[in-house]
Design a protein around this ligand. Sequence first.
Ligand SMILES: CO[C@@H]1O[C@H](CNc2nc3cc4c(=O)[nH]c(N)nc4cc3[nH]2)[C@@H](O)[C@H]1O
Length: 376
Amino acid sequence: MFFDLKHTDVNSKARAGVLNTDHGSIETPIFMPVGTQGTVKALSPRDLKEVNASIILGNTYHLYMRPGHRLIEKMGGLHRFMGWDRAILTDSGGFQVFSLKELRKIDDEGILFQSHLDGSYHKFTPQLVLEIQRSLGSDIMMVLDECPPYPSTRDYALKSNQLTIDWARQAREIFSGWQPLYGHRQWLFAIVQGGTFKDIREQSARALMELDFPGYAIGGLAVGEPKDEMFDITDFCTEILPEQKPRYLMGVGMPDDILEAIERGVDMFDCVIPTRNARNGTVFTTEGKMVLKSARFKEDTKPVDANCQCYTCKNFSRAYLRHLYNANEILGLTLATIHNVHFYLWLVRQARKAILQDNYVSWKERILQKITRVVE
Ligand SMILES: CO[C@@H]1O[C@H](CNc2nc3cc4c(=O)[nH]c(N)nc4cc3[nH]2)[C@@H](O)[C@H]1O
């Protein structure tokens, strides 16, 4: 069974489950570090294992553009190419095309766009993005969808949603006769759209549920809408989506966003924040957020986080990390990224424990008091 729902917290919609892939079992709620171009920036697969990452994200758009999915296929697929033998989820590319290029044209067949590398023209269709993901060999694939801009008119959201449903239908058809390339199973998730219009969200969820996918993503969020709208739409969607299937909130988010979404019934998350912020000198700790570059840490002998068991916190001081940033040393990026990814994975593991003890909400309230501070 692909997804085992082990327990739902009695006082909320928070769930603890297990995703069973051929590259290992993944306990949910889970955070997926983003490895857009076949690498989680600044980390080796060895680092990722050391912080207990069980699944990472790759991007169909970027890997198609460079080095190309055919080359990766020749190399034996993305797992072998990047030396990662645990699970990989690949996003389908629709969102990346929207967020990377305004030069794109959408029609019923798919999305015509120009490469951000050499300006060449390409067209993503429901079929092509599945072929690319077959070549990559991702354990979890995403359908081609349109992520409407925020804000969108109701009319735009309605039309766009119809297209996303049509594309999902085509993808589901292809998936029904699926032949993976590398001997390990691949699963296909649908993506619920509909902007911030609840009736369109319901239409989207129900149409996609009829097509019976192994898992469902909530798309079209974390694109600049107010947080309360993001949580309200998330809560609305999880009321409709099948209880026994995993829910994946795409692109979310800050630590507190993830905890709020877990309470609303989300199982899977991905976001660039822990890796991107680490590269900019901002780390997350059990005592709050910390900007390591600031002068106040110049002679601070303490670890980033005294409560953290990661390699960075067990071996280095804040002063040293601040020095590495100021000296533009590559090691600074690696050490901060190890810590931030470790923090996100620790946080969702703690959440899972609280869910299994039926005290998720009280645990969340306590931990939010601490992690949302700024360490001065
Ligand atoms: C607002 O901050 C930026 O936005 C991204 C996070 N937010 C986000 N929302 C998403 C929505 C979708 C979607 O509807 N469909 C597909 N296929 N993939 C998606 C991926 C998404 N990621 C970060 O990249 C960050 O730079």
